[in-house]
Design a protein around this ligand. Structure first.
Ligand code: SF4
Length: 232
């Protein structure tokens, strides 16, 4: 089958505990959410038909051409799990070639995750806070997703949430409680919205960090480095 691929490129991971490593990014088209500050609008249907139809072999060949000195293949989007049937064909090729994989996901499509988790080495999962992303809540799906992701090992998954000037303590608390119910040692990263630095979001992140550390063992405040460095 063909996958709908928005772009394939090499760059530096900008988020989380693996920030700074070199990756080949495979950005898949389409998303199941509609966050107000989406930074990849071209990977969404509302942004137009920005994709090329490629087979798993086509994608594998293009990734291999960019692979030198890379740490992982990042499957990103959009929401990569929207094309889980394509991932089922693509991911085993990377596993066979000993190329570790890194899934960057909005953390909602838990049944699709269960389908491919055996091929994943790292899972970077968002918990979308309704007050930040301005979308309906997905708490139950996020919890199911995290439970599934944690079966890969608590050190293989981390959670990230963007904190904006609109983010509420109630939402952050809900996210921390979800993580605590699954495993208190899963890392939570609070990411201040880069467009609102002058609106007190960094201080807000520090206050939220203090609160979450009452529930979790690891909570960090980190920027989205790709936005600081202005790279893809
Ligand atoms: S989940 Fe990601 S790709 Fe989808 S709308 Fe939100 S920010 Fe955009």
């Amino acid at each position: 089958m063909n996958g709908k691929v928005n772009e394939i490129f090499q760059s530096i991971q900008g988020e989380g505990p693996w920030a700074g490593v070199r990756q080949v990014f495979v950005r898949l088209y389409d998303c199941n959410l509609d966050c107000v500050w989406c930074d990849t609008p071209k990977a969404k249907k509302t942004g137009g038909k920005h994709f090329t139809e490629l087979t798993a072999d086509d994608v594998y060949v293009q990734v291999m051409e960019l692979w030198e000195n890379c740490h992982t293949v990042s499957l990103t989007g959009g929401e990569p799990l929207k094309q889980v049937e394509f991932l089922r064909e693509l991911l085993p090729r990377f596993r066979q070639a000993n190329m570790p994989t890194y899934l960057d996901t909005n953390g909602v499509l838990y049944k699709e995750l269960a389908d491919v988790i055996k091929y994943l080495d790292f899972i970077a999962m968002d918990i979308k806070l309704p007050s930040s992303a301005q979308i309906p809540e997905h708490w139950q799906e996020h919890e199911e997703f995290l439970r599934t992701a944690a079966t890969a090992g608590a050190d293989k998954v981390f959670v990230k949430s963007v904190v904006s000037s609109k983010t509420t303590l109630a939402d952050i608390n809900q996210a921390a409680e979800i993580i605590a119910r699954v495993n208190v040692d899963i890392l939570l990263i609070l990411q201040p919205n880069s467009q609102e630095k002058d609106k007190g979001v960094i201080v807000k992140c520090q206050e939220f960090q203090n609160h979450c550390l009452n529930l979790l063992s690891q909570v960090r405040v980190l920027p989205q480095w790709h936005k600081v460095m202005d790279i893809r």
